[in-house]
Design a protein around this ligand. Structure first.
Ligand code: SF4
Ligand code: SF4
Length: 298
């Protein structure tokens, strides 16, 4: 196999933040659930270590992973495996970032989301600057709600110039052209999330060179299509990998439609597909060489 991209989401479903629109806000996992999440993640990391072909991994936990030592450890371990092209995680960046010092920064990346109502602006900005100073590759984003706009503008002004700031259209929200223009001034790629993408029958790399994996190793093509392709740990998913069209009317989440072939987003985000960094946003100073290409799907 040339290369497999894996979106991993284990049983973890708890978060230290309290975003009003989120079902995982301030949710707690029981000690048993946390033990199960840790065991599942360690099993997954061991599988990647021995899989024998190039892999990229994006962790997309329901809640916040980096407050758990086993996610930090998995990111460090995976980043040091030479057949791992990129390992990234979606995070609210609430935890300190010194653990990145143990990782191979050629492979590690963070997809950070700023939640203005959950964390003081200065504290969040300081985290971003700390990442930049450490040479960690990361993107930062906000949800495009009107009440977030002043903070988003300020963040764009004060982030390191090479750091890409993305804006996600708020789910179900209709934007006037004027509002869209204001968000586009902050994120030149805002238009990508403004409307859901019609996807029915269109070729999508998921199910061929990209898969979603849960804590039991159940493999699906993506997080949004429930049909099971097989299991990671018994290898049964491999026989199911092939080109296929999307069975859903629409795809409205970046971690899905970035793989929808007709959109051409492997070019738009070349070298940073998983962590959502377009080329030209070079990340921390001097690490353009770290913008490794994600092997394109065939
Ligand atoms: S930080 Fe993310 S997971 Fe946590 S409550 Fe907010 S939206 Fe939910
Ligand atoms: S277009 Fe979106 S919903 Fe459809 S298969 Fe691809 S990732 Fe899944």
């Amino acid at each position: 196999m040339d290369h497999l991209t894996i979106l991993y989401r284990g049983p973890l479903a708890s978060c230290d933040y309290d975003c009003p629109y989120c079902p995982f806000a301030k949710r707690r996992d029981t000690p048993e659930q946390l033990r199960a999440d840790r065991a599942a993640l360690e099993r997954f990391t061991a599988w990647v270590a021995g899989c024998g072909h190039p892999v990229s991994v994006l962790f997309t936990p329901w809640g916040e992973g980096l407050v758990r030592s086993w996610y930090r450890r998995a990111l460090v371990e995976l980043s040091r495996m030479t057949h791992v092209e990129r390992v990234a995680i979606q995070t609210n960046l609430s935890h300190r970032v010194d653990w990145t010092g143990d990782a191979d920064l050629d492979r590690l990346a963070l997809w950070a989301t700023y939640h203005p109502e959950q964390v003081p602006y200065d504290r969040f900005l300081a985290k971003c600057r700390d990442l930049a100073a450490r040479g960690v590759r990361y993107s930062v984003g906000v949800v495009g709600l009107p009440e977030h706009r002043p903070a988003a503008r300020r963040l764009r002004r004060e982030l390191p110039a090479a750091t890409y700031l993305w804006v996600n259209a708020a789910e179900g929200r209709e934007y006037t052209d004027e509002e869209a223009a204001e968000w586009t001034a902050i994120d030149p790629h805002f238009a990508l999330s403004r409307h859901p993408h019609a996807s029915l029958g269109l070729p999508c790399r998921t199910g061929e060179s990209v898969v979603s994996v849960d804590g039991e190793g159940t493999v699906r093509r993506c997080h949004f299509v429930p049909a099971v392709l097989g299991n990671l740990y018994d290898g049964s998913f491999r026989a199911a990998l092939r080109p296929r069209g999307c069975p859903l009317e629409k795809c409205d989440c970046h971690i899905g439609y970035v793989h929808l072939a007709p959109l051409g987003l492997y070019e738009t985000f070349a070298g940073g597909v998983l962590e959502r960094i377009p080329p030209g946003w070079r990340g921390p100073q001097g690490n353009a060489r770290r913008a490794l290409p994600i092997t394109p799907a065939r």
